[in-house]
Ligand binder design. Sequence first.
Ligand SMILES: C[S@@+](CC[C@H](N)C(=O)[O-])C[C@H]1O[C@@H](n2cnc3c(N)ncnc32)[C@H](O)[C@@H]1O
Length: 289
Amino acid sequence: MMKSLGDQLQKRMKLIPAVSQRTDFEVLDLCMAPGGFSSTVLKHNPMAKVFGISLAESEGGNTVLLRNWQEDTRVDIKFMDITMLSTDLGFPEFALQDHPSASKFSDTIPYEGHSFDLAFCDGQVISPEKQGQDMKHAATRLICAQLILALQRIKTGGTFVVLLHQTYRPQVVRLMEAFSHFSKVILSKPYPYHAKRSSFYLVAKDIDPQHERACRLLRDLKNSWGACTAEAFGFEFWQDAVEEPATGDHVEDMSEILDSFGEKLVSLAKPAWKIQKEALEKQFLSNGL
Ligand SMILES: C[S@@+](CC[C@H](N)C(=O)[O-])C[C@H]1O[C@@H](n2cnc3c(N)ncnc32)[C@H](O)[C@@H]1O
C-alpha cells in the first residue's frame, strides 16, 4: 500500500528527480517503517540515499520491509522514539531533572549536521495497547517532533511531505498558513487509501528554512512540544526554558488568518474534499443508506 501511495505522490508532485538530473539526492524519512516511501525514492532514483528514523519494534513500531536494507549502502535507519529527543527538540533540561521520567529522554541528535533534499513526516501514533502506555498529547507531540526535526535539517529549496488530518482544524490551518509564507504548498489525497478519511498530505516545495516565518514556526512547534511533554510527564519547570517571541512578533488570531488565507485554503482543500465526498457517497449509497 505505502509503495503505491509513494508512486501516486511521485506521479502528481514530481518529488524525486531522476538519476539523469541528480546523483546526490538525500532523503530524511521520519517514522519510515515499513519503508514504502523510501522504496519509492530508490525506485525512481537508484542513486539516492535514504536516512530513516522509526520507532523500534520492541517499543511497538512497525517492521521495516525495505528489501535487504541492512546490506544496502544507500539506506541508513536509526530506531528511536523521536518524541523523546529532548535536546534536538529544544529542551535539554528535560533529561537532566530530578524526576522519575527524566531518564526516558535522550540527548541524541540523529544525523546531526546533515541536510536533506526531501523529508517525509508520515508518523502515526502507535495504539496504547501496542506501545504499552497511553500517552497524553501523543498526536501533537509526534507531529511537532517530526516537523522540528525536519525543519532543522531541510536544505533551502527542499520539499516536505507531511501527513495531516482535517484541513479545517485550527492547528492545521495555522500550519498550512505558516508554510504558505516560506514554501509552495499543495495538498494531496492519495486514492483510495485516504479517500474516505480526513487525512491528507501537505506537500511543501521550495522551502526556505531561514525565512522569518519558518523560524517562527520552528519556535512555536518547540514551545508546543515542550508544553505538551511537560503536561504528559508532569514536569513543572518547563516554562523557564520556553523561547520568547521576538520583539514585534504578532500572533494572528484565526479571523485574521481566515481573512488573509481563507480563499487560498479553500482552493487548496477543495480537491481533497471532493475526493472524500465522492468516496463517502459511494460507501453510503452502496450500503443502501
Ligand atoms: C503509517 S506508518 C509510516 C509508513 C511509512 N511512511 C512508509 O512509507 O512505509 C507510521 C510509522 O510511524 C512510526 N512511529 C510512530 N510513533 C513514532 C515515534 N514516536 N517515533 C518514531 N516513529 C514513530 C510507526 O512505528 C510507523 O512505522
